[in-house]
Design a binder for this molecule. Structure first.
Ligand code: NAI
Length: 255
C-alpha cells in the first residue's frame, strides 16, 4: 500500500500541525474542517510554520513552496474519495467521532486506513462504527506536532498487526518516534499527564500556591520543560476536561 493522498480531518490545534508535517514529508495533503474560519486560520499558520522551517534551514525554499502547494483545503468530506490514508483530529467527543467514522466508512476506499488522533477515546469503539475495524487505529501526535517527536500508536481490539506495522512505518517516515500503547482510557500519555494537571488545578483551587509557584515547582523541581498549568493552557482546558471525563468514565476514580 502506498500513500499519495494524506487526509487530515479537523484543522484546529492538532490538525494544522499534522497537515504541516504531512506536507513537508512529501504527501499531497487534504485538510478538511466544517468550520471555514478554522481552515483560514490553519492555512495561515501552516504557511508560517513551513516558512519558519525554511528560515531555519530545515528544508530548502523550493521544498517549502512545494509543501505549501501540496495542501488542498475543503469543508466537504466527499473530497476524501481520493484519500489513501485518513487521520482525524476533530473534537474529543465520542459521539462526534463515532458519527465521523461511520461517514468515513461510506466515503473512503475499503483498503484505506482510518486513524484517530484521539487523546483518550477507545479505538475499539471507533473501529466498530466501520466495516473495517482491522484498519482503524490510534495515531496520537503530541502538541505542537512539528516540534514533538512522539506518536503514540494504539491498536484497537480488531486492529490488524499489518495496520499497526504500516502506521509505525508511516510515523517514522514523518520523522516521529512511534511508541505502542494498549487501548485503555487515556492510553499512556494522558493517563499519566491528566491526573497531574488535575492535581495542579486542585493546588491552585485550594490556594496551596500561586499559578506561577505551582509551575515553577514542577519546572525547577522535577525538570519539566513546562509547568502543568501552562501545559493545560497549551492543550486547551476544553480538551483537558473532555479527556478527564473519558478517564472518569473508564476508571470511576474521582481523582
Ligand atoms: P480543536 O478544537 O483545536 O480543533 C478541532 C477542529 O475540528 C475544529 O477546527 C473544528 O471546527 C473541527 N471539527 C469539529 N467537528 C468536525 C467534523 N465533524 N468534521 C470536520 N471538522 C470538525 O481541537 P484539538 O486540540 O486540535 O484536538 C483535536 C483532537 O486531537 C482531539 O481528539 C484531541 O483530544 C486530540 N489531541 C489534542 C491535543 C492538544 O494538545 N490540544 C494533543 C493531542 C491530541
Amino acid at each position: 500500500m502506498e500513500i499519495k493522498n494524506f487526509a487530515v480531518i479537523g484543522c484546529g490545534t492538532m490538525g494544522k500541525g499534522i497537515i504541516q508535517v504531512a506536507a513537508t514529508s512529501g504527501f499531497n495533503v487534504y485538510g478538511i474542517d466544517t468550520f471555514p474560519k478554522a481552515i483560514e486560520s490553519a492555512q495561515n499558520s501552516i504557511e508560517k510554520g513551513i516558512m519558519k522551517w525554511v528560515e531555519k534551514g530545515k528544508i530548502s525554499e523550493e521544498e517549502g513552496k512545494k509543501a505549501i502547494n501540496s495542501i488542498c483545503y475543503s469543508e466537504d468530506l466527499s473530497s476524501l474519495k481520493v484519500a489513501d490514508f485518513v487521520v482525524e483530529a476533530i473534537v474529543e467527543k465520542e459521539e462526534e467521532k463515532k458519527k465521523l467514522f461511520k461517514e468515513l466508512d461510506g466515503i473512503t476506499r475499503d483498503d484505506v486506513i482510518l486513524a484517530s488522533n484521539t487523546s483518550s477515546i477507545s479505538i475499539t469503539t471507533l473501529g466498530k462504527q466501520t466495516k473495517k475495524p482491522d484498519k482503524v487505529i490510534g495515531m496520537h501526535f503530541m502538541n505542537p506536532v512539528p516540534l514533538m517527536s512522539l506518536v503514540e500508536i494504539i491498536k484497537g481490539y480488531d486492529t490488524s498487526q499489518e495496520t499497526v506495522k504500516f502506521v509505525i512505518e508511516l510515523a517514522k517516515k514523518m520523522g516521529k518516534v512511534p511508541v505502542e500503547a494498549k487501548d485503555s482510557p487515556g492510553f499512556i500519555s494522558n493517563r499519566v499527564l491528566m491526573p497531574m494537571i488535575n492535581e495542579a488545578i486542585f493546588c491552585l483551587y485550594e490556594g496551596i500556591g500561586t499559578k506561577e509557584d505551582i509551575d515553577t515547582v514542577m519546572k525547577l523541581g522535577m525538570n519539566h520543560p513546562m509547568g502543568p498549568l501552562a501545559l493545560a493552557d497549551l492543550i486547551g482546558l476544553d480538551v483537558c476536561l473532555d479527556i478527564l471525563n473519558v478517564l472518569y468514565e473508564g476508571f470511576k476514580d474521582p481523582k
